[in-house]
Ligand binder design. Structure first.
Ligand code: SF4
Length: 246
């Protein structure tokens, strides 16, 4: 059912971690995992996210860090499934100890460093994630997800992209959702790309332009400029794949 109606999620989740990890892991754990920044994980570095006074990555080893929204803390969001789920408009269901249920959009559940540098999400004390909800896709909705990693074996992506397209009867795009993963502290919606696709037929030329538009507002750090052409190419490829041309 998921492969049929939400291919982007099937492709993102199917390539995450190793089969052994996937067998015992949960989607909730995947979405709530803490960042993988090596300074954050190191006991020798008390960075901003751990209550310290500075971000060591901004002027340090930042080759795997964010190329967008990296002024305060340059982590990239660690969940690949989140890239696809945000693009698909998913909600996360949360229950507190008193049994109250809330279902915020996943997009709004994640917390950017500018809001609170010590939190990655809005899960409150006493709450637990009980479900992830996908809206029923509109007719003629297609989606795709692709990643680029350093190596083909189990590895975290250095860039990943999810695209969800709705198209009219004549094949023109009526709505587009384009989300970049491993790009920013939270899944990054490529608004300029989404807007330029509406009303258009998807072809290779438009896909290339859309890839470049996705880099709008990118602010790469000293060691991660290499991610820019990867994202441009990946957006173009995933867009064509979602449109049935790749
Ligand atoms: S990127 Fe964020 S987690 Fe990493 S060192 Fe900087 S403040 Fe800490």
């Amino acid at each position: 059912l998921i492969a049929d109606r939400a291919r982007a999620l099937a492709e993102a989740a199917g390539g995450s971690a190793s089969p052994q990890i996937r067998h015992v892991a949960t989607i909730g754990g995947n979405l709530l995992q803490r960042p993988r920044c090596w300074y954050f994980r190191s006991i020798a570095h008390r960075c901003l996210r751990k209550g310290g006074g500075k971000c060591f990555a901004v002027h340090g080893e930042n080759q795997y860090h964010a190329i967008f929204a990296n002024e305060v803390c340059a982590v990239v969001h660690p969940s690949t499934a989140a890239t696809a789920l945000v693009a698909l408009g998913a909600r996360i269901e949360i229950v507190n100890a008193g049994g109250d249920v809330r279902r915020p959009l996943l997009d709004e559940f994640f917390v950017a460093p500018e809001t609170d540098v010590q939190r990655e999400n809005d899960l409150k004390e006493g709450e637990v994630v009980t479900a992830v909800l996908l809206p029923a896709p509109a007719a003629a909705t297609t989606s795709a997800h692709m990643r680029q990693s350093d190596k083909q074996a189990f590895d975290w992506p250095i860039a990943d992209v999810a695209v969800v397209l709705e198209r009219d009867a004549d094949g023109r795009c009526s709505k587009a959702s384009v989300v970049l993963g491993a790009a920013a502290p939270v899944p990054r919606r490529a608004r300029a790309t989404e807007e330029m696709l509406v009303g258009e037929m998807i072809d290779e030329k438009l896909a290339r332009e859309a890839g470049h538009a996705a880099l709008e507002a990118s602010t790469p750090l000293a060691r991660n400029h290499y991610k820019q052409p990867i994202f441009a190419a990946l957006v173009a490829r995933v867009l064509l794949r979602a449109a049935g041309q790749g």
